[in-house]
Write a protein that binds this ligand. Structure first.
Ligand SMILES: Nc1nc2c(c(=O)[nH]1)N[C@H]1C(S)=C(S)[C@@H](COP(=O)(O)OP(=O)(O)OC[C@H]3O[C@@H](n4cnc5c(N)ncnc54)[C@H](O)[C@@H]3O)O[C@H]1N2
Ligand code: MOO
Length: 401
């Protein structure tokens, strides 16, 4: 009965509780650190900018010398970015370029569009206010201030920030090792001839790519036949040295579904069957030191359970602090009077008005609809939806990578 299944929230919270972050750290090149997870909080060893810096191409002045329109000053020096001028003599200006340090004594930059040059002199058509067009020393980052917190997943922007204060290497958690296999006698690889009753193994491509985007080390064990002893042996092999064993297929209740029984033999099963659609037969357990996550074989079910459960689980193992993004609330551009007792995740897109519209094919095998979709509409158990209602929407942009 659907009512006796474990809820989405309960399942997710149990999984995340089980996901103890890996402890080992390593120091790696900042250039190679994209998507890795910081193991220590970083503080800035320098102030940024290090000194007062011109924010515009123009003329560095003392404001007191340009107190009225039409003020005229001789230009006594030229300071390109990367060089340092001499102290600014009162009653003079310095030609200066964006990014160059302000000469001592100057307290503003007048952009060149607002002056007129006459020989060695400039005439000002603008009266600057103190520190106009100047980036003050330490205004971006104060010396010693915290720039990135332990548990941050390093985005390109975060790498740029670390580099801006001089980090050539970064302390990160080691990568998580995931052993992957698919089960199913019907599966053949693309490139092979397709026999009667056979299908191509699409989950292998799906899951490898999803794991790689998360920065995991993937050990791919290919396809395992639907036989109990072979499934047991495959689980043993996969668990050896892996942090996580991830499987697809064979977690339902048919006689050919051996994965759950094999996990019970080789380790223990902690969680199985949730009140969600798709993805009901999701399974979690342990195989010695390794975690076991069993995804349903239907490709859409495998995808949905991966992004909703496996992704936050793996991020937590990597030491990421914030692993769950709350859903957005958007208007429903559809009506769905028939409510399912399970929490549903429907393939959807936002239309030009920002309303969620559904793909007409919501079957668990419909991969094309997953390519069409931009996200998932989440419908709580037994909740009919009318056009215009607010619904939870989880954009793929927040569920992938
Ligand atoms: N009597 C019941 N039958 C089923 C139930 C149930 O509760 N009672 N649950 C259904 C649900 S929901 C799902 S989801 C599936 C999941 O079953 P399995 O995880 O055991 O998956 P399989 O039976 O192995 O495969 C299901 C389906 O997906 C195709 N598949 C499998 N692996 C791949 C792959 N690597 N690439 C592409 N496609 C794959 C497979 O051919 C099947 O069509 O069970 C329902 N049944
Ligand atoms: O709930 Mo199953 O995961 O739909 O096809």
């Amino acid at each position: 009965m659907a009512q006796s299944l474990m809820s989405f929230e309960e399942g997710l919270s149990r999984l995340l509780t089980a996901a103890e972050p890996v402890l080992e750290e390593e120091l790696i090149e900042t250039l190679e650190a994209e998507r890795r997870v910081l193991s220590e909080t970083l503080y800035s060893p320098i102030a940024l900018p290090r000194q007062d810096t011109a924010a515009m191409d123009g003329y560095a002045v003392r404001c007191a010398d340009v107190a009225h329109l039409g003020a005229r000053l001789p230009v006594r020096q030229r300071i390109p970015a990367g060089s340092v001028g001499v102290p600014l003599e009162p009653g003079s200006a310095a030609r200066i370029f964006t990014g160059a340090p302000l000469p001592e004594g100057a307290d503003a930059v007048v952009m060149q569009e607002r002056v007129e040059v006459e020989g060695d002199e400039v005439i000002f058509h603008h009266v600057p206010y103190p520190w106009e067009s100047v980036r003050r020393a330490g205004s971006e980052i104060a010396l010693g201030s915290e720039i990135l917190t332990a548990g941050t997943r390093l985005s390109p922007q975060a790498l740029a920030l670390a580099a801006a204060v001089g980090y050539a290497t970064l302390p990160v958690r080691r990568r998580v090792r995931v052993a992957l296999f698919s089960t199913g006698d019907e599966l053949v690889m693309p490139g092979q001839p397709l026999g009667p009753g056979q299908i191509y193994n699409s989950n292998r491509y799906l899951l490898r790519a999803l794991l790689k985007e998360l920065g995991c080390l993937v050990e791919d064990h290919g396809v395992v036949p639907d036989r109990f002893e072979e499934t047991r042996a495959a689980l043993r092999r996969a668990a050896d040295g892996a942090d996580v064993v991830l499987t697809s297929g064979g977690v339902s209740v048919g006689e050919e579904d051996h994965v759950v029984a094999a996990v019970r033999q080789e380790g223990r099963l902690d969680l199985w069957k949730l009140a969600i659609k798709p993805g009901k037969p999701l399974a979690y357990g342990r195989l010695g030191a390794a975690h076991f996550l069993g995804l349903p074989g239907n490709p859409v079910s495998a995808f949905v359970t991966f992004v909703l459960f496996v992704r936050p689980f793996l991020l937590r193992l990597q030491g990421v602090r914030e692993v769950l993004d709350p859903p957005l609330w958007v208007e429903a551009g559809f009506t769905r009077p028939k409510a399912d007792p399970r929490r549903e995740f429907l393939r959807a897109r936002l239309d030009v008005r920002g309303r969620a519209v559904l793909h007409p094919d919501q079957g668990s095998a419909m991969l094309a609809s997953l390519v069409w979709a931009d996200g998932l509409v989440e419908v709580p158990p037994a909740t009919p939806i009318r056009e215009g209602d607010l619904v939870r929407y989880r954009p793929f942009a927040r569920l992938l990578g």
